[in-house]
Design a protein around this ligand. Structure first.
Ligand SMILES: [Zn+2]
Length: 278
């Protein structure tokens, strides 16, 4: 396995994989970005922005590997956004690897708090939201920014618009739409932390356990989410697609689908997707 599974929705392309404790990394090549790195894969090498949810190895071990591959191919240094407390330990890891390889690496590590954001270009930005895990963690949302002429000016002829502009009058509103949110690992209560999360068109939502082999209490103890906690809030999530990630490796995809069909009301089922982990 070295390519990652492709998935498309709403004109957006995704590539990656997600399996609890094994590997989680999902990239959006159209936007030059990736959520988490798993152990580092060839599909990472041309990307520029990496949003790291937390420092567990199955999510973040690929950082040094991606940095070294970029150096080998003379790419510009990548940007890695991560919870603030992760920056110094990751720098320490990089300096040990520099000692081993006798090479000085170039990279940009950005310590993020909830609500910090970074612009990808004029029309898109990524903003962090708080999640609840056993170590410091964040989720991230890709927003689209659209300028729309204010209602009161909508019917004016273009000559009038030009006049307003020349007087430096703000004639446009900035509309932001949450396109994609990605949780990383978290307990379910993160959903209430920021209002835009449940409005994201596509929500990548961790769901580690789905049946009675592990209880809700067990999921909570390890900072994870059980399907039985998602079911009661499904109706409150406005996302057009809810993509379940981070399934435990104890479940085959076929078994997971069977359980989902049993537990999720049929009118909601077409919104649910399991992202491939294998
Ligand atoms: Zn974790």
């Amino acid at each position: 396995m070295n390519v990652g599974a492709m998935w498309k929705s709403h004109g957006l392309d995704f590539i990656g994989m997600s399996l609890s404790g094994i590997r989680t990394s999902i990239a959006m090549p159209q936007y030059d970005l990736c959520f988490d790195t798993a152990q580092g894969f060839p599909f990472h090498f041309n990307l520029k922005h990496f949003f790291i949810t937390h420092g567990h190895l199955d999510h973040a071990a690929g950082i040094p590997y991606i940095i070294s591959q970029k150096a080998m191919n003379s790419h510009a240094p990548a940007h890695f956004y991560m919870p603030k407390s992760l920056v110094q330990p990751m720098k320490n890891i990089m300096s040990i690897w520099e000692e081993i390889e006798k090479h000085q690496y170039k990279y940009h590590f950005h310590g993020f708090d909830a609500d910090d954001e970074v612009a990808l270009n004029n029309n898109f930005f990524v903003k962090a939201f708080p999640t609840i895990h056993r170590v410091d963690s964040l989720g991230y949302t890709l927003f689209q920014k659209v300028l729309k002429i204010k209602k009161e000016y909508a019917d004016l002829p273009s000559t009038e618009i030009v006049k307003l502009k020349s007087k430096n009058i703000e004639i446009q509103d900035v509309l932001t739409t949450p396109l994609v949110s990605f949780t990383g690992d978290t307990e379910i209560d993160f959903l209430n932390q920021r209002p835009w999360i449940r409005k994201s068109k596509i929500l990548f939502l961790e769901c580690t356990y789905i049946d009675n082999s592990k209880s809700i209490e067990h999921a909570k103890k390890w900072g994870h989410t059980h399907l039985d906690e998602i079911l009661p809030v499904l109706d409150q999530i406005e996302s057009e697609k809810i993509v379940l990630i981070h399934l435990s490796s104890r479940y085959s995809t076929e078994y997971a689908l069977k359980i989902l069909k049993e537990k999720i009301p049929s009118h909601l089922m077409d919104r649910i997707v399991i992202y491939p982990g294998r």
